[in-house]
Design a protein around this ligand. Sequence first.
Ligand code: FAD
Ligand code: SF4
Ligand code: SF4
Length: 466
Amino acid sequence: MAEKIARQRKPEQAPQVRRTNFLEVAGNYSPEQARLEAGRCLQCKNPACVSGCPVGVQIPQFIQQIKDGAFARAYEIIRADNYLPAVCGRVCPQETQCEGRCVLGKKGEPVAIGNLERFAADWAAVNTAAETREFAFPRASRAQSAAKIAVVGSGPSGLTCAAELNAAGFDVTVFEALHELGGVLAYGIPEFRLPKEIVRREIENLSAAGVRFETNAVIGKIRTIDELLQDFAAVYIASGAGFPSFMNITGEDLNGVYSANEYLTRLNLMKAYQSGADTPVLKGQNVAVIGGGNVALDAARSALRLGATQVYLIYRRSRAEMPARREEIQHAEEEGLKFLFLHNPVQYLGDEKGFVQKALLQKMTLGEPDASGRRRPVPETGSEYELAVDTVIVAVGTQANPILKDTTPDLPTDKRGYIIIDENGRTAKKSVWAGGDIASGAATVILAMGSGKRAAKSIGKYVRSA
Ligand code: FAD
Ligand code: SF4
Ligand code: SF4
């Protein structure tokens, strides 16, 4: 019986070893393991797993190919719906998406769809010709007169939209504010979860396929959207939601208090973990990270790797409500992160030089469910106590950066600053589309990619008929 085969585990660095380095935590399946895992799939006639995937990857079909040892074909099937399987196999929250719907999960462990997707992508990267991989579409036979389209932001949404439009024969330029391409894949998710080599490989493929990239190009500063529209037939805005939120409590302005965004950017893009880096980061011994999502865990596990003695993850709800990927929570626990559930900071206290010294924490209990459906944390009066810390990293969410809204007065946004779009990603401003986190609010890589794909179809139709 297929169900008798146990779910295959990826090889992993031992927790005590990996907490001292930034190398990827988990390795890949061997071909034998991949085929065994693929053999667990029941090849359901109405596969529930597919309905859990935001881009509808043909899951049983690619798994069957892996089972048969046809790894290149498995990869082609995935890539027809998902341009970044090496990324998604690693970072999709599978437990709430594809694997969360797998029938095997009802009585045991679901098929490891994410691991199999990663296996196929990593196998293809080594064993197939570059032009058949990921973003490497056959070079579009682009006419001299091909319409020009601008994409603002090089995260997963912008890259996907650019890839689709390039493949359709348009002349695409991606404008990126930072000096490195990839959005959160480059500046946010750390190397130990997503090696930057993978992101660079995809971007090189895309560039080789004809997409132009301009880095250090902050749209809204160097050129406005209206100025872009003088040269481009359409604009796709995929500028993400990378503007950090704080809790607005006393002491957040002390030295040693960072937003997770700043902390991770210094680490990932500016190599703050290397000695002699231009933009160093404080290597705290007692670090408090506030939040319970992937961002909080990435910051906390990075602090551990920088040599902290104790890293506290302070989360105002309980473990059951943590929005982070389950695998990351488990990895973080194994690495020795100390979880303080049902806790919230109410103030930070500093020394005479203005450096953070203590966090004043308050205990919480869970009340009735709130609008998100999760039980509301309620403060326990009189429960405050002090925790000695020398670094605090705030990871309580992000918002839309106001720069494009402020420089494009007729671009409709909601009250939180997110761009309002229709089901095809189109805004009410002529020739302007938007998608990814700047329209949805902070979400996931695969949702951002899905919206880039939908918008590309709509833009292509519009530009051709104009
Ligand atoms: P982004 O990836 O944010 O890219 C936007 C790009 O636009 C950036 O490069 C930015 O510099 C650029 N930009 C902004 N303004 C301008 C401008 N004015 N001009 C030019 N360029 C501009 N999701 C998962 O599915 N799984 C995970 O495990 C996961 N972990 C995460 C960990 C961290 C630390 C973070 C921060 C997020 C994580 N996410 C995860 C969420 C996911 O990364 C995002 O939902 C996704 O990257 C959104 O894609 P995007 O293309 O819309 O925006
Ligand atoms: Fe699952 Fe993500 Fe792959 Fe879809 S893209 S099948 S959600 S891992
Ligand atoms: Fe295979 Fe599970 Fe999908 Fe069924 S639901 S096809 S068992 S992965």
